[in-house]
Design a protein around this ligand. Sequence first.
Ligand code: ADP
Ligand code: MG
Length: 240
Amino acid sequence: RKSVIRITTGSQALAELLGGGIETSAITEAFGEFRSGKTQLAHTLCVSTQLPANMRGGNGKVAYIDTEGTFRPDRIIPIAERFGMDPAAVLDNIVYARGYTYEHQYNLLLGLAAKMSGEQFRLLIVDSVIALFRVDFTGRGELAERQQKLAQMLSRLTKIAEEFNVAVYMTNQVIADPGGGVFISDPKKPAGGHVLAHAATIRLMFRKGKGEQRVCKVFDAPNLPEAEHVFQITPRGIAD
Ligand code: ADP
Ligand code: MG
């Protein structure tokens, strides 16, 4: 592997969990219920990736594939200010694309990979990696085809991560009971099954705590202990 960089998340607690930050040349999967902070962490990473190395950044650009329409450029401004960066410059360095079908999502990846060979990118966000597959393959009979297409997409993500020394951050929502907040599906088995679980280098489970508190737990990481820590979602991004 190329020299791995660990990109800060804005939270010391998360840094401890991750051995410093989100790793380049690797895929980090964040899974958890709705509103657990997966997209908020993506927003903070959009900024921290652009920080210089001496501020535990990646000194690179960001590619963002948004399949749910939840990216908010306005949220980037206070986060950039917190880190002492020029918000307009930070926004300019985020290459944003909205994905509408799984095929479109795959083609966006190919286009971004072409860009990455010319400019230094350090982060690729796919939020969410699976939502469009759920929409485009609904029937039971289509499961095998869905898993095959998903595997193809994930292998492309792995290739991009390694070829360009980019951190891939992908999210995966777990369905929770709208009434009680109880998981219908096993939280250890989010949508996508083994195909998705095996593609990720590091898997993080997010859940809600009190108020703006969120809990992040490490799953299946080859070189990290299975620990959990509390972080906060603030107007200026992820923090302790
Ligand atoms: P998901 O895991 O579904 O992607 P999000 O990352 O979108 O969840 O987190 C949504 C939560 O983030 C909201 O419930 C809210 O508590 C918090 N949040 C969003 N914007 C702000 C903000 N500007 N300041 C503080 N908290 C915020
Ligand atoms: Mg989200």
